[in-house]
Design a protein around this ligand. Structure first.
Ligand SMILES: Nc1ncnc2c1ncn2[C@@H]1O[C@H](COP(=O)(O)OP(=O)(O)OP(=O)(O)O)[C@@H](O)[C@H]1O
Length: 344
């Protein structure tokens, strides 16, 4: 398990002290993926550099299975840093070395004997699906393949934490999907703790177990992905599955924001509101996606023919968390806009 406790980082500049990280607490269990998201300047890169021990935190702890790595330096730091493998946006491979030589680098630096090294490199390349490209040079590979070589190299010393710093930025959707599939399999098969620093909400939604929203050097929100999405008040949740809160359409009594809370939601719940409770439902907007642990969804509906409290109660019984629109929104009725009408 990786624990980051009260991590602070400041820089002293000619203009004075810049406090970048202001007490970060994070806990990443083995076999789980935590995404760190946040706007530009929030401190994501600084956090990444501190976790990978490229930079020393000003204060706080980075505990790997209970051992504080932030206080180490020199030889002790080099030895313990092995617990943390990092993959970067540009994969950072050496262009004049083959794929196999790049993956072997950390093992070579450690003085691993030749035949053991060859065996391990072959195993790693097999793991990332590039066994047939051992003798290629990075320039001969696609961006996604280079990134997989970077992952193989990061795994060479059997780390317990894999830190992915914007590793899928700039990759096309297919290559991104392959990298995410690989990371998910590493989480499950090797029980790795993975920290994903990213600005790509699609990536987070597909793969993260927990999400930390960094803002101004602090964690503004932190929790299970499912819980954040199911909480209509969560800022992170609304970024993960954005809705466009809208007004109650003409002819409808009220509108609800409905978040999927359970993992087994009956997909016909909208029509059931009509067939079983006599409601008329307008679908105003929404986003529903299959996720590894079931369906994630946030949907906005307009309703009539049923009371608001009753609708909320019924939806709750189906594993759906409904919240009413604010009074201000309800008093304004919309006219003339195209709506998707659901016949129930
Ligand atoms: N070496 C440094 N000296 C002074 N200030 C720094 C230094 N490194 C980062 N900062 C400041 O810390 C803040 C956070 O920077 P950081 O690069 O960590 O943010 P970020 O969330 O990664 O942003 P982006 O998504 O744009 O890469 C910024 O205001 C930046 O100017």
């Amino acid at each position: 398990m990786i624990e980051i406790r009260q991590l602070h980082k400041h820089y002293d500049t000619a203009q004075g002290r810049v406090q970048v990280l202001k007490g970060i607490d994070l806990e990443v269990q083995a076999g789980s993926i935590t995404a760190v998201v946040g706007p530009s300047g929030a401190g994501k890169s600084t956090l990444s550099h501190c976790i990978s021990l490229l930079e020393k935190p000003s204060s706080g702890q980075i505990l790997v299975d209970g051992k504080d790595l932030s206080i180490l330096s020199g030889k002790a730091l080099r030895a313990e840093r092995r617990a943390i493998g990092t993959i970067f946006q540009n994969s950072a491979l050496l262009r004049r070395m083959t794929v196999a030589e790049n993956v072997a680098l950390p093992l070579r630096n450690l003085g691993v004997v030749h035949h053991e090294m060859e065996h391990r490199v072959a195993e790693l390349l097999e793991r990332v699906g590039l066994a047939d490209r051992a003798n290629s040079y990075p320039g001969e590979l696609s961006g996604g393949q280079r990134q997989r070589v970077g992952i193989a190299r990061a795994l060479a010393l059997r780390p317990r934490l894999l830190l992915s710093d914007e590793a899928t930025s700039g990759l096309d959707p297919e290559a991104t999907a392959q990298i995410l599939e690989l990371l998910a399999s590493l989480r499950t098969d090797l029980g790795l703790a993975i920290i994903l620093i990213t600005h790509e909400m699609d990536v987070v939604r597909h793969i993260a177990d927990r999400v930390a929203q960094l803002d101004g050097g602090r964690i503004a929100e932190y929790g299970e992905l499912r819980a954040l999405v199911a909480n209509p008040e969560s800022v992170t949740g609304s970024k993960l599955l954005p809705l466009h809160p809208d007004l109650v359409p003409a002819g409808y009594d009220f509108a609800l924001t409905v978040a999927y809370r359970g993992t087994q939601i009956d997909p016909s719940w909208i029509s059931k509101l009509g067939s079983e409770y006599g409601a008329t439902v307008a679908l105003l907007g929404g986003s529903v996606e299959a996720h590894q642990e079931g369906t994630l969804g946030r949907v906005e509906i307009g309703l009539s023919g049923i009371g608001e409290a009753r609708a909320i109660e019924v939806l709750d019984g189906w594993g759906l968390h409904a919240t009413a629109h604010s009074q201000a929104l309800r008093t304004d009725k919309i006219n003339g806009e195209t709506r998707i009408e659901v016949t129930v």
